[in-house]
Design a protein around this ligand. Structure first.
Ligand SMILES: Nc1ncnc2c1ncn2[C@@H]1O[C@H](COP(=O)(O)OP(=O)(O)OP(=O)(O)O)[C@@H](O)[C@H]1O
Ligand SMILES: [Mg+2]
Length: 421
């Protein structure tokens, strides 16, 4: 596809690809020059597992190939590279820069986009959490480069989601809460629709609440049902066989949790035994309520900080847990809206963003190989409401640095001037 710059909007209007790179799943949506929009499918599903498996020959497998290979050698498997964003390098047999692991999933999306479109992608829009600062955004941009994609435009996930919700027919509440319960984290953001663009007015998040943490509740339920000797093998596996069994338990716990959103009970086999454990919806709700109550508290704080909300929209696969909508409705008096596929809202909305929604991305470092692993950005364990997007804070940091440098130059020039007189 050739680049076509539309002079009225100033950005490329050729083949556009939006990618929502998630902790558990990656979603890609293409838009063609004739405005057709097509979600990309991976083995028939719009969700590509973000998982990576480093094969012994150095090949990086991604998606369902990685998930399938995990049981061969779980120490070569990383199910959630996004959770490792601050780690610099990840040990999967050999050490891999985290941007390479992220880039492997992005490259799989690029290949599928090129196959579907029959040509190269002209413009890339990548989403990221609203709370991510410049360092994490730079890692994501480096991953896109690694994947052979164009330099990305980065937009905040809730802004992309808000663009999507605003495009739906019917009444448009304003401001809205975007409640995003994905696999790795919980993020809540109050978005107000300004005259030109949706604005993230206040946001908060919990780094220790996501679908994976709900899976842990089911795993813990299994722990209480088996004898301590067996749990030693499943909870702290040391042999390859036990690591495989532990991986099996994690996979089955996630499936059981998902089943409980549709059925009153779910059974899961206990690995290394011929037993099953059955978990009922009510029991799961009791276990999950303390975690979900924290997301509701963070939502209430965000609404209060911003001075009220007119609608609540649910995003992220784990928001399918029925107790989420029940608790939110009870606490806010607003009936939340959930769409059929809450995992794909952010990627679809990213295609509706404009250059005005873009977050700053630092220029690539000239000698990245010699860089020290980045210091981690602070991850709040407790919800902490931020007014306005943290992304802007990153931009303000650079601005402050620039002002300080200019002032130093001015002072030095004045001193030189005095010396030469
Ligand atoms: N029916 C369901 N009931 C409960 N949870 C579900 C259901 N379907 C999917 N999930 C959970 O949703 C999570 C994946 O959601 P999603 O793809 O939105 O997350 P992500 O974008 O990868 O993560 P994050 O946004 O935290 O980076 C998984 O934990 C999955 O088990
Ligand atoms: Mg997500």
């Amino acid at each position: 596809m050739g680049d076509a710059i539309d002079p009225t909007v100033g950005y490329v209007t050729g083949l556009r690809l939006a990618i929502d790179y998630g902790t558990s799943n990656t979603v890609g949506v293409l838009s063609f020059p004739d405005a057709r929009v097509q979600p990309l499918l991976f083995d028939g599903s719009p969700l590509l597992p973000s998982a990576v498996y480093a094969a012994a020959d150095g090949e990086l497998l991604v998606g369902r190939d990685a998930v399938r290979s995990a049981r061969l050698d779980p120490s070569r498997y990383e199910p959630n590279p996004k959770r490792r964003i601050d780690d610099g390098e990840v040990l999967l047999g050999d050490a891999y820069p985290v941007s390479v692991l992220i880039g492997a999933a992005l490259a799989a999306v690029r290949r599928e986009a090129e196959r579907v479109a029959g040509g190269a992608v002209d413009e890339l829009i990548l989403t990221c959490p609203v709370a991510w600062g410049l360092r994490r955004r730079a890692t994501l941009a480096a991953a896109a480069r690694d994947a052979g994609l164009p330099a990305p435009t980065l937009v905040a996930e809730p802004v992309a989601a808000a663009r999507y919700f605003a495009s739906l027919p019917g009444i448009r509440p304003d401001p809205i809460v975007v409640y995003d319960l994905g696999a790795g984290t919980f993020d809540v953001c109050l978005v107000r629709f300004g005259p030109d663009r949706p604005e993230a007015v206040a946001h908060s998040g919990l780094a220790d609440v996501g679908g994976i943490d709900l899976d842990e509740l089911i795993i813990d339920r299994v722990r209480t049902a088996v004898d301590p000797g067996l749990w030693q093998r499943l909870g702290s596996p040391t042999t390859a066989g036990d690591r495989r069994a532990a991986q099996l338990l994690r996979d089955d716990a996630r499936s059981a949790k998902e089943t409980l959103s549709r059925h009153a009970s779910a059974g899961l086999p206990v690995p290394l035994t011929d037993r099953d454990v059955v978990v009922g919806r009510e029991e799961f709700d009791r276990l999950a309520e303390p975690l979900l109550a924290r997301t509701v508290d963070a939502t209430l704080d965000t609404i209060r900080t911003a001075g009220g909300a007119a609608g609540i929209f649910l995003v992220g696969g784990a928001s399918r847990v029925p107790l989420v909508a029940t608790l939110l409705h009870r606490a806010t008096g607003i009936a939340p809206t959930i769409l059929e596929q809450p995992e794909t809202v952010v990627a679809q909305g990213a295609l509706l963003t404009t250059p005005a929604d873009a977050l700053p991305v630092p220029e690539p470092e000239p000698s990245e190989e010699s860089m020290e692993p980045p210091a981690p950005e602070p991850v709040p364990e407790q919800a902490h409401v931020e007014l306005a997007a943290a992304g802007d804070a990153g931009g303000r940091g650079w601005l402050t640095l620039l002002v300080v440098v200019l002032m130093c130059i001015a002072v030095a020039a004045a001193a030189l001037g005095r010396v030469s007189k």
